[in-house]
Design a protein around this ligand. Structure first.
Ligand SMILES: [Ca+2]
Length: 375
């Protein structure tokens, strides 16, 4: 039976987005009519199987992926540094700290030894927050002072300041604009010259808005954000605001042992030259260089469909570079359900769009499943 690809595509989309779409419901209803047609436990089993398939956490859109980490190196970190901003500029580690009475600072730190090479302290009544380098300057936010400081990004000499409205939490730079958090689920994109808001997005995962976004880092086309008071970092698609994966750093450092509820994970720095990723926390004794790895949970890949001029259907989905994916096909016929893996792909780049030609002669449904990292 030749099935129009558009129809397959439409059914697939319906299926992926709703619990039970009408064509499938109708089809199942027809199959389950009593009488000469088979009203058997087998049909019920099929229906159940389909429902299980649809409701499994492994189905598309169901669960935001959770990634874990591997420690590459551990470096000393100043335990008096209440870390609020962390970045690497020209291979140098720069840290912004918070707190009143002189605890707020901007400093350049020798990574290997943890030694402070240069530091400026903010006024006693100023609480430092996120830092970022962009458009030839380093900007440091303040929490509630509604004032930001401008520094030369190399010498770290202060060259100016300006005012803005609202709370300042995290800050990063996407190559064109600053991106700022304020402790809510919103991120704002800001013009590097005027610091005026040019775009704003609410950040969500599959469960809804993600609150308390804190320290930020631009990592190869994604925004990474510490969620305040958790051990988690959200990896955010800057176009949609969707959390594409969570990086779960629980167990990296048992900060609870410090006895300070404020000593939470905060601080992400990424060096795109050396591809190093560094994380730390407020008053933590260690700075960690880490790599990320899938945790064996599922990638919430956004499978989309394109039909080309010849009528062939292409499935595509975005991926992270450290993920292995499996494409499953579910063949659904009246008296037969068959599931098979049709492709296995290793993601090779952030937000890379994988495309697969789908050659369908029947009613098929697809899903993408993120696989655990292979040992
Ligand atoms: Ca950062």
């Amino acid at each position: 039976m030749q099935v129009d690809n558009h129809w397959v595509v439409a059914r697939w989309l319906d299926w992926s987005q709703r619990a039970l779409n009408k064509p499938m419901a109708d089809s199942l209803a027809r199959s389950m009519k009593p009488g000469p047609t088979r009203w058997s436990s087998r049909v019920l089993a099929i229906a159940t199987w389909v429902l299980v398939w649809m409701h499994t956490p492994q189905s598309v859109h169901a669960v935001t992926a959770v990634h874990t980490f591997k420690v590459i190196a551990t470096y000393p970190h100043d335990t008096s540094a209440f870390t609020q901003g962390l970045l690497i500029h020209q291979g140098r580690l720069i840290e912004g700290t918070g707190g009143y009475h002189g605890a707020s600072s901007l400093r350049r730190v020798d990574m290997a030894s943890g030694t402070i090479q240069w530091m400026t302290q903010l006024a006693w009544n100023v609480f430092g927050e996120g830092i970022a380098v962009g458009a030839g300057k380093l900007i440091q936010l303040t929490w509630q002072n509604q004032q930001a400081f401008i520094y030369d990004p190399v010498s770290l000499e202060q060259v100016g300041s300006f005012g803005y409205e609202g709370q300042g939490w995290g800050l990063t730079f996407d190559g064109q604009r600053f991106i700022m958090s304020d402790g809510s689920s919103l991120l704002s994109w800001r013009d590097p010259a005027s610091f005026k808001v040019v775009k704003s997005l609410q950040i969500k995962d599959t469960q809804g808005p993600v609150m308390r976004l804190n320290e930020l880092e631009w990592v190869a086309g994604q925004i990474w954000a510490n969620q305040w008071q958790t051990d988690r970092v959200a990896r955010i698609d800057p176009e949609t605001g969707q959390v594409m994966a969570w990086l779960d750093l629980e167990g990296l450092y048992a900060w609870q042992a410090l006895g300070d509820p404020d000593a939470v994970l905060n601080g992400i720095a990424y060096d795109d030259v050396s591809n190093r990723l560094l994380v730390t926390g407020k008053n933590w004794p260690w700075l960690y260089e880490i790599e990320t790895a899938p945790k064996g949970t599922v990638e919430a890949a956004k499978l989309s469909v394109r039909v080309d001029e010849s009528g062939a259907a292409w499935l595509s989905f975005p991926s992270f570079k450290d993920s292995l994916y499996r494409l499953d096909r579910l063949l659904l016929e009246k008296d037969r359900v068959e599931s098979q893996s049709v492709a296995e792909l290793l993601g090779t780049g952030h937000l890379l769009q994988h495309s697969l030609l789908v050659d369908d002669q029947g009613a098929s449904f697809y899903r993408v499943v993120g696989l655990p990292a292979q040992e």
